[in-house]
Design a protein around this ligand. Structure first.
Ligand code: NAD
Length: 240
């Protein structure tokens, strides 16, 4: 049976590229759920709605008969704390409830590398690195959303996973490169903080799309070890 995909946040930078990736590989059932419409393509069904509204979500899921949901929606990292909490936490809970109510088998969640940001250099970290106490509302609410998504894995036939991209760049980026360009246009590029030895991970958007499509294809309900000790291996050294 071919899958039916619903990309939540599919009008956004990453979401719209995921939609392109699905269409380019020949998927015949691709839908978008978003509060705004920025993607106009006859091959896509668009549902206008808010992820905090379970009725709107459930209607969309049942109308497109979604078998795979990709949840990329988020407010801007600079949005007020209340909005970040509402959309990232309450919205993600609502998505899980709607998935279960509609017997959706697969949910792929776009988390963020920010969930493990601890104000120190992090090198060679993997998913065993525990969440630090986070003061930034964006990182904190992404941590909470990831917890909600992973806790739902295996419940009522729903398989879930979370991917943590670092900085994403590419066409249609409205956040990272525009901010960097603003620094230049404001003449702030002569200011240097630190010794110029800081590093940051960047991933081209098409590679993040591939990761999402692979997750959609490979996701199934499996038992995963929860505690680091269960793995029987030491955590890699992560701070410089
Ligand atoms: P974006 O702002 O371009 O897209 C987010 C989309 O979510 C927008 O289209 C927006 O309208 C939609 N949305 C927001 N609130 C909604 C709501 N209540 N209901 C329905 N839709 C809603 O953001 P992006 O850069 O494409 O990020 C996508 C995902 O990738 C996010 O989860 C983000 O945390 C994650 N991420 C992004 C980066 C990056 O560098 N851009 C890095 C790491 C992780």
């Amino acid at each position: 049976m071919p899958e039916s995909y619903l990309v939540i946040g599919g009008s956004g930078f990453l979401g719209s590229h995921i939609v392109d990736g699905l269409l380019n590989r020949g998927e015949s059932s691709v839908a978008v759920f978003d509060i705004v419409q920025r993607v106009f393509d006859d091959r896509i069904t668009f549902f206008n709605g808010d992820i905090c509204n379970e009725k709107q979500l459930s209607d969309a899921i049942s109308r497109c008969q979604a078998s795979v949901i990709i949840h990329t929606a988020t407010p801007s990292p600079e949005a007020p704390k209340e909005i970040l909490e509402r959309v990232n936490v309450q919205g993600t809970q609502t998505i899980i409830a709607a998935c279960i109510a509609n017997s959706v088998p697969k949910l792929v969640f776009t988390s963020s590398a920010g969930v493990v940001f601890n104000r120190n250099n992090i090198v060679d970290a993997d998913e065993r690195l525990p969440f630090p106490q986070s003061e930034e509302a964006y990182n904190k609410t992404k941590q909470m959303a990831e917890d909600i998504v992973l806790a739902a894995n295996g419940k009522d036939g729903l398989a879930t996973c979370a991917l943590r991209p670092a900085g994403i760049f590419g066409p249609r980026d409205r956040l990272m490169m525009p901010s960097a360009a603003q620094v230049v246009t404001r003449g702030q590029w002569k200011i240097q903080i630190g010794k110029n030895d800081n590093i940051f991970d960047w991933t081209y958007v098409d590679n993040v799309v591939v990761a999402h499509l692979l997750a959609c294809d490979k996701l199934s309900i499996t038992e995963v070890p929860i505690a680091n000790e269960d793995l029987g291996v030491a955590l890699p050294q992560i701070t410089l």
